[in-house]
Ligand binder design. Sequence first.
Ligand code: NAP
Length: 285
Amino acid sequence: MTSVAVLGTGIMGAGMTRSLLREGHDVTVWNRSPEKAKPLAEDGATVADSAADAVAGAEVVVTMLFDIEPVLSVMADVAEAWPTGAVWAQCSTVGVEGTRRVESFAAERGIDVLDAPVLGTKAPAENGKLVFLVSGPSALRDRVAAPFEAMGARTQWVSETLGDASKLKLAVNAWIGAMVNGVAQSIALARGLGLDAQQFLDAVDGQAVDSPYVQLKGKAMLTGDYTPSFELDGVIKDTSLIRDAMTEAGTATTLADAIADRLRAASEAGHGEEDMAAVVHAYGT
Ligand code: NAP
């Protein structure tokens, strides 16, 4: 059993907390808006009034916040109360530059940190089925192994170099953005040509070009159920991180720019707080 503090109980942090509790870990949570943390008491979490209170006595501190600015500002609030020997598992998606800032912050304060972004969305977080991409010193592995096993189906140790996991996370999210936009484009095209767009999903069903994600997001687009697993505005944030990384890597940004353009159009049309599947509205349907 590990004492874990979860800072940030939004869609992902709340699910991760429940997965930790199910496996018998001792979890203290904090969230800026207390109404999102309080219900976790019913699952067995201790709800702290401040982030500093939440980390007291923790062996592992998970940050699962929107982006780098809240991560660093919340960590600045807890730095003085940092428990001796605790490991910081930075799980938020903060990109390449963001992870460099995490590394400097931790080094200046002598905090042990792992770069640990996750793959998977609301349901995998709730069910302990995330994939952890982790980079940083292998000496810290044993200290996070049990909580990561509770929250994830597997852990991929990317390298000893802090930041490599966040780089890989951006490569994966670039693919997810392309997939969702590709599905949206085909559904809009089928509809625009007067077809029942379900026929697009039926045509690819079970073929090499299909995937569970194509069917999942395609169904959401057809039914108009945009209950958020990942809010569209969060994907805009990630697309910006991906674009910055592409510029650093010297790779073509053409596709990322087109995806960002359609996501912004959907957000401006009022879909920013809906699931990313709502991007279909920016394709003319
Ligand atoms: P979310 O539901 O929007 O939660 C965001 C969290 O960040 C909330 O706890 C929010 O607090 C907090 N926050 C935002 N600004 C803050 C600030 N200035 N100060 C303090 N706290 C602040 O997002 P999520 O989907 O759980 O995502 C969390 C992280 O995981 C993001 O980095 C996201 O990119 C990444 N991620 C998400 C998914 C997914 O599918 N959802 C998958 C993998 C990774 P309030 O409740 O007070 O607003």
